[in-house]
Structure formats: structure tokens, C-alpha cells
Ligand binder design. Sequence first.
Ligand code: HEC
Length: 110
Amino acid sequence: MKNLLFVVLLPFFVYGDDFISDYEYGGMLYENPRGVSCSKCHGKDAKGELIATYKENGVKKELYGPDITNVTLENMIQSTSSFHDVMPTYSLTNEEIKAIYKYIQTQKKK
Ligand code: HEC
């Protein structure tokens, strides 16, 4: 009985640490890529979020991070590596952006 338990649990000890799915990897990147979280500005589900409200010449303005669930992978690679007024420029690899993209596509279906 003791031996059986060992055999059953062995894979968890061996693969436990680095055995994460693409989905988990994408989620981790989306939450914390290079220290500036996409989800802070685009929302947990990537469907957009109010970032801040401010006044410009006495007029109340709202700053939104747009919905990015329908952005193509090509656009996402382009957006994350180019300069914007609000959004930071990331130097993520194409593989990392692909993981984020896949994560967002999976979130969308929930
Ligand atoms: C500080 C807030 C902020 C963070 C952090 C941020 N974004 Fe953005 N993002 C924006 C805003 C605001 C826009 C709209 C364009 C602009 O003004 O910068 C935008 C635009 C985009 C667009 C283009 C949307 C379109 O319709 O073409 C994509 C794609 C995108 N962001 C993806 C990401 C990803 C992926 C991350 C994380 C790696 C991220 N953003 C992090 C604020 C942010």
C-alpha cells in the first residue's frame, strides 16, 4: 500500500514545479508582464476597464482601457511593442504575447 501511494504521487513531485499549462502561463503574463499588469487597464476579463477620471478645463473626463478581446494576434504584437500615450511599451517576445493572446481568447468564452 505504501509503495502504491508513492508511485501514484511521484509524478506530482517530479513535474509539480514546472508543469503549468499554456493557459496558466498566459494568465500569469496577462496579470504581471514586466511588472505592469494588462488587467489593471484592460480589466480582469480583458473587456475594458475605467482607468481614471480627471478634469480637463473643468470638464470631467474618463480614461478607459479598451476591450481587447477582439484584437487579432498581429494587432496585439503591434500594440504592445509600439508607443502610446497611456499604455506602456513592452518588450515582450512574440511567444509571450501569443500566450497572453490565447489566455484572453479562452477568458472570452467564459
Ligand atoms: C496603463 C494602462 C495600460 C496597460 C498597463 C496596458 N494597456 Fe493596453 N491600452 C491602454 C490604453 C489606454 C489603450 C488605448 C490606446 C492608448 O491610448 O494607449 C490600449 C490599447 C491596447 C491595444 C489596442 C486595442 C485596439 O483596439 O487596437 C491592445 C491590443 C492592448 N492595449 C493590449 C495590452 C496588453 C496585452 C497589455 C499587457 C501586456 C496592455 N495592453 C497593458 C492601456 C493600457
